[in-house]
Design a protein around this ligand. Structure first.
Ligand code: DAH
Length: 336
């Protein structure tokens, strides 16, 4: 039996080494381990042997099984690698590839870039501020009393440490005055957050573009001229601009700005808030700074805040504000 095992081993290993395909290997496997293969036969012989000889031949059989199955696996993985190389060898590098899709700027970004370019031409430079702000910068310094509804937890996202998600970008006005000497002529843009119910016209996160101009002898005429120039550059020279008296705690007098232009339909669109900086704001900043750089005796200024979503919707005929946030490629690819 020993020589029989040796012969089978020699034959099987020789065939495996010579095999050129996985299917040949499978045939060999069946011949050795299959239902009517060598192993079944040898096992039967083993059982017929005298008891004392069985361990020795059992071990020989075990070794054979081990050796044949290992070399079957080795040869199989070798043939697999060769197979892959053969496929790469067939690769035709001159065939046209699969084109990848081009991205494009989001319609909000397009509007912002356009608006910022106009402000820069008027000498405004960029300022920034974080989305997470102190209550002082978002409300107190902007002359918003502690019982103002905007400060309620129902309307504003508060963090556990007392800070909040800014409800408007006017916080950047305070940041700018805290660290810069007048004159300042800056814009800042970014997200603002309010606890609204999300629907076709409201999101809990939206975007604003804020402007601030402080210098000597800045008047309401400067504010109106700047705003009118800005919107006429944006919507065309025939755009009509209306300043509707309003109230904001941080400006006096305050206005809402309505615009009517063919580019944005025929009706009046409420697009921004603005006004002359309230003396109380200068006072809060002066106390914080500990100097008189922003004393209302020496400086005056105006500020404005433009909501970007509504403007983007009007410009592009978008009916639902949620589309601007959903990141749906079918929607976004229309703006390429
Ligand atoms: N912060 C106001 C808002 O969120 C908009 C605004 C109004 C900004 C008047 C200003 C301003 O800078 O002067 O509705």
């Amino acid at each position: 039996m020993k020589s029989q095992i040796e012969r089978i081993q020699e034959k099987a290993l020789g065939e495996i080494a010579a095999a050129e395909s996985v299917s040949t290997l499978n045939e060999i496997r069946t011949r050795v381990f299959g239902r009517s293969g060598y192993f079944v036969l040898l096992n039967r012989l083993l059982r017929e042997m005298p008891k004392e000889k069985r361990p020795f031949f059992g071990r020989l059989l075990g070794d054979l099984r081990q050796m044949v199955s290992t070399s079957l696996e080795r040869r199989k993985s070798f043939l697999g690698k060769e197979g892959k190389q053969a496929v790469i060898g067939d690769l035709d590098l001159t065939l046209p590839g699969t084109a990848s899709e081009y991205g494009a700027a989001h319609p909000l970004t397009c509007l912002l870039n356009h608006a910022v370019a106009i402000l820069r031409r008027m000498g405004f430079s960029c300022t920034t501020g974080p989305d997470i702000e102190t209550e002082w910068r978002c409300f107190d310094a902007l002359n918003t009393p502690s019982d103002h509804p905007a400060r309620n937890e129902k309307n504003t996202f508060y963090l556990q440490d007392g800070r909040l998600l800014r409800t408007h970008t006017s916080t950047m006005q305070i940041r700018t005055m805290e660290r810069q000497f007048p004159p300042v002529r800056v814009f800042g843009s970014g997200a603002a957050y309010r606890r609204d119910e999300v629907n076709a016209t409201h999101l809990i996160q939206f975007h604003q573009l804020e402007g601030l101009y402080i210098s000597k002898d800045v008047t309401l005429a400067d504010l109106k001229g700047t705003i009118a120039f800005f919107f006429r550059e944006l919507f065309g020279q025939e755009a009509e601009i209306r300043f509707r008296p309003h109230f904001f705690p941080f400006t006096v007098p305050s206005y809402e700005i309505d615009v009517r232009a063919t580019m944005v339909g025929n009706g009046w669109l409420e697009l921004a808030g603005c006004g002359m900086i309230d003396p109380a704001v200068f006072e809060a900043v002066s106390t914080k700074r500990g100097d008189q750089a922003y004393s209302q005796e020496t400086v005056s200024g105006f500020a404005f805040g433009i909501g970007l979503e509504r403007l983007t919707m009007a410009l592009n005929g978008i009916a639902d504000i949620r589309l601007l946030m959903e990141n749906d490629i079918r929607f976004l690819s229309q703006f390429r």
